[in-house]
Design a protein around this ligand. Structure first.
Ligand SMILES: *Cc1c(COP(=O)(O)O)cnc(C)c1O
Length: 390
């Protein structure tokens, strides 16, 4: 049975008429840059996320870059961030000649370990950049407490987690000073190319985000501050206007799929329960923290499973075994920031990161997209059981 990691075609088929109409509408209007589709999209996201201001931008990476620029993060400033994330999280900091300060991850959620972050604060620390990895909120309350105690800005990287909620019910991205999201096609809400979003509740930051998205001019051609071209295309906004109303149902499907995986791994005797962090004979497969067991050790965040990540020993052998059965998997991420060649001169690269290093060698992403069938999920788990019986 062929199981792709992600198949975007069924989603397109289910909305084909509306999406095609939206694309044609933009073509016929010949209004490509910002304009009514973008304004409509921004208003919808403000309502959907429960935030005052939202701006469509050119990508998730540019959302992060614009956020740091709006906060005036500059050369020599230090920004705390998890060493285990997608490259953009650290890349944007380094591009401003600021210093990424790598922090190890929490062993259950893989999100930033806040106690470790506090140990790395210096007089140069200006901001903390938590990532809501795989679609699950970082532990925001201690992060906000830390930010208050040391007077730090908080920029949330919600690229994988739009519509995920922290355990207090607030949407990720709306808790810190600025929230950033990506609409890259493989995220839970994807457009037809690159796109992103920045949000804030702060009046002053709102102004800076707004003008810095378009080169910093106010009025146009008069520049008090330096910005860039960080605009989203009208075509992408039109696509998002069609798709946003369906996001919650897609995320619910991903959560159901995750619950099926969890249940099957447990019933096959491969995993004892969710949220366990140590491989042993009872836990050949470490499954993610459960979403329905709010009283477990696992976090009761509303996890939207952009990725369903298990950890196994002999990860690479398992991956090969599954590939032979036409089950596609991916490694998010094989190399943490502190081991990246381009960051070898970053001072904190020499520190120890046992949790991130273990994650980089043991993590494997299984297919989790909404349209995946329960037969496909059962086949994946049975195949993994077969691998462990060999
Ligand atoms: C995808 C992603 C980004 C970057 O988003 P793009 O739209 O691809 O630029 C940033 N951070 C994380 C954690 C991501 O997963």
């Amino acid at each position: 049975m062929k199981v792709p990691l992600l198949d975007l075609k069924p989603q397109y088929q289910s909305l084909k008429k509306e999406l095609d109409d939206a694309l044609l509408r933009v073509a016929e209007s010949q209004y490509f840059i910002l304009g009514p589709e973008v304004e409509k999209m921004e208003k919808s996201f403000c309502e959907f996320l429960g935030v005052k201001y939202a701006y469509g931008v050119s990508s998730g990476t540019d959302a992060l870059l614009l956020a740091l620029m709006a906060l005036d993060i500059k050369a020599g400033d230090e920004v705390l961030l998890p060493t285990y994330s997608f490259f953009a999280t650290a890349g944007v900091v380094a591009r401003l000649n600021a210093v990424p300060v790598f922090v190890d991850s929490d062993p259950v959620t893989f999100n930033i370990d806040v106690a470790e972050a506090e140990k790395k604060i210096t007089t140069k620390t200006k901001a903390i950049l938590p990532v809501h990895l795989y679609g699950q909120s970082a532990d925001m309350q201690p992060i906000m407490d830390l930010a208050k105690k040391y007077n730090l800005f908080v920029v949330e990287d919600g690229a994988q987690a739009i519509s995920a909620q922290y355990k207090d019910g607030r949407c990720v991205g709306t808790i810190g000073d600025i929230g950033c999201y990506s609409f890259f096609p493989s995220k839970n809400l994807g457009c037809f190319g690159d796109g992103g979003l920045v949000v804030t509740n702060d009046e002053k930051l709102n102004y800076r985000l707004k003008i810095m998205r378009v080169h910093g001019g106010d009025p146009k051609y008069y520049h008090k501050v330096l910005g860039g071209n960080f605009r989203i295309d009208a075509i992408q906004a039109a696509v998002l206007n069609v798709k946003l109303p369906h996001l919650n149902s897609w995320s619910a499907k991903r959560r159901e799929n995750a619950a099926i995986y969890n249940k099957l791994f447990i019933s096959h005797g491969l995993a004892a329960k969710t949220g366990v962090v140590k491989n042993d004979s009872e836990n050949k497969v470490l499954i993610p923290a459960a979403v329905y067991e709010n009283n477990s050790a696992a976090s009761p965040n509303y996890h939207i499973y952009n990725q369903y990540i298990i950890r196994v020993e002999k990860r690479d052998a398992l991956r090969e075994f599954l590939a032979k059965k036409e089950i596609a998997t991916e490694i998010y991420y094989p190399v943490a920031f502190h081991n990246q060649e381009c960051f070898r001169d970053v001072p904190t690269s020499k520190d120890a990161y046992p949790v991130a290093d273990a994650a980089a060698t043991a993590s494997i992403a299984l297919p989790i997209f909404p349209e995946l069938s329960s037969e496909q999920i059962a086949f994946v788990v049975e195949s993994i059981a077969e691998f462990f019986r060999q």
